[in-house]
Write a protein that binds this ligand. Structure first.
Ligand code: ADP
Length: 487
């Protein structure tokens, strides 16, 4: 299929290994489908262990040189890469909408967000500082330097195919590492276009490899390799736990951005209109398919009816359509499994006394489209209260005290994003400190920026992406004990 993009070179049906665009060794391919109509957009090579090992060796070779390049050289290439992402923003966004289904406006936003990580880390590469520590003996000085971890394996999901890759590529390259990336099978083209632009920016061959193909085989070759020193993964908690176990065999460094189950609390003293707007943004972005989407909306009993009415009114306005429709606020779900999960959660909520006050069924467009849905009288027995729905379903729970709602909010193995609305300063601090989450959105439903550390606690993972902390995940600390200073 020919995509409607200006620069056709960005649409590549090959894997990228050691600076070469290649097919699988046995020439087999995988189809990539448009979630709007299940038509084939294109085909990518079905790579396996052999191709993965070639990529790992190339990455190891390239990394040796890259770690010696000085900060300004790395910064300059990353800056050029950033500029190229910006100048190709429209095409990159269109590729993203074709394969992922999200509204084009959201895709354009995602590309800007991706670019921001490359820009940020092009700057941070100049700030990889060490330390000089006072000596513990007369003739000693202690010096600390930071060095790149080495070859990094990056496995990324389909919900933000561009941004989740950029959040790993930016800090890894800035730290002096090389990468072997494996994008999700549903959305490989955004990653391949990204690699094309990195090459255009002058990134030396072998530093950024993109493998398409079988997740299990490629994943195993990556985790088995002693040359791969780190795995950075964004995806489900289930696969993350499995990969953690695999990485234990060679004691790799790991960063894990796993599932979430975000509480969104609206206290009785909140600005209700602002809370509604925040909840709509936090719930329905990307058709509810983000790990920071509001999963449990807790509203104080005194304002429950008022909030619910306003929330339904706003949710009703959301237009569901294919992503290239300029009016679209919501696209299709990613695949049949995603649709089945949403249907299961809604049916279960109804069985447990939930009242569907909006949506609650597949959209009349058919296929993978589902209506924006609101469920009142949600309770803690429902699947939606403890499992990630990953769809456009907003369950509204009622609560009566601060203590109660904090306990319910924390009663989950997950700990990624949380949100709450209040106008009380003391409560702002108290609740922020007590929420067992890596991220707290206080009077906001949108928390992502390259300048802040994104990441979770508990079973939501480990490590942080973005901010001054983000580069640490790709650096080792070395201490040099310098002796013989005194004569
Ligand atoms: P989701 O449920 O959102 O698709 P997954 O955790 O299944 O999340 O997928 C996230 C990423 O992990 C994708 O790139 C997927 O291909 C990859 N993946 C899935 N299974 C494995 C595996 N066994 N080994 C390595 N990667 C895997």
């Amino acid at each position: 299929m020919k995509l409607e993009i200006k620069n056709q070179s960005l649409f590549i049906e090959k894997a990228y290994i050691n600076g070469q665009w290649v097919d699988a060794d046995d020439s087999s391919t995988l189809d990539v489908l448009n979630p709007v109509n299940q038509e084939i957009i294109g085909r990518v090579p079905n790579c396996g262990a052999t191709e993965t090992n070639v990529a790992i060796n190339a990455a190891a070779e390239a990394q040796k040189k890259w770690q010696k390049s000085h900060a300004k050289e790395k910064a300059s290439i990353l800056r050029d890469f950033y500029n190229l992402i910006c100048s190709n923003q429209d095409d990159l966004a269109r590729i993203l909408t074709y394969e992922q289904g999200k509204p084009l406006a959201e895709a354009i936003g995602e590309i800007a967000y991706s670019a921001s990580f490359i820009e940020w880390f092009s700057e941070e590469t100049k700030r990889i500082y060490g330390d000089v520590i006072p000596g513990h003996m007369h003739d000693r000085r202690t010096i600390v330097i930071k060095q790149p971890v080495g070859v990094v394996a990056a496995i990324t999901p389909w919900n933000f195919p561009s941004a989740m890759l950029a959040r790993k590529v930016g800090p890894a390259l800035a730290a002096g590492c090389s990468l072997v990336c494996k994008p999700a099978k549903q959305t490989p083209f955004s990653a391949l276009a990204f690699a094309y632009l990195a090459e255009e920016a002058g990134l030396p061959k072998g530093l950024l490899n993109v493998l398409t193909g079988n997740a299990q085989t490629i994943g195993k070759a990556l985790t088995d390799s002693t040359l791969v020193r780190k795995l950075t993964f964004t995806g489900s908690t289930e696969i993350g736990k499995m990969l953690l176990k695999e990485c234990a065999k060679t004691v790799k460094r790991v960063s894990m951005e796993l599932g979430g189950h975000a509480p969104f609390i609206v206290f009785e003293d909140a600005d209700i209109e602002a809370a509604i707007a925040g909840a709509i943004a936090a719930k329905y972005r990307n058709t509810g398919q983000t790990c920071v989407c509001a999963n449990r909306i807790y509203v104080h009993q005194d304002i429950y009816e008022q909030f619910s009415e306003g929330f339904v009114k706003e949710a009703r306005k959301l237009q569901t359509s294919q992503g290239f429709d300029p009016l679209a606020d919501q696209g299709p779900l990613i695949d049949e499994a995603a649709l089945a999960k949403v249907e299961e959660h809604v049916a279960d909520a109804k069985n447990h006394g939930g009242q569907v006050v909006l949506g609650g069924q597949p959209h009349e467009l058919g296929g993978l489209f589902y209506e924006p849905t609101v469920i009142k009288n949600a309770n803690d027995e429902m699947l939606v209260s403890y499992e990630e729905t990953f769809g456009p379903v907003a369950p509204l729970f009622s609560f009566s005290t601060e203590e109660e709602v904090i306990e319910r909010a924390n009663n989950t193995p997950f700990g990624l994003a949380s949100y709450f609305y209040t106008s009380d300063l003391a409560k702002s601090w108290r609740v922020s400190e007590q929420l067992e989450y890596g991220i707290v959105g206080l009077n906001t439903g949108i928390i992502s920026t390259e300048m802040a550390p994104f990441g979770g606690v508990k079973e939501s993972g480990m490590g942080r992406e973005g901010s001054k902390y983000g580069i640490d995940d790709y650096l080792e600390i070395k201490y040099i004990s310098l002796a013989g200073i005194e004569e």
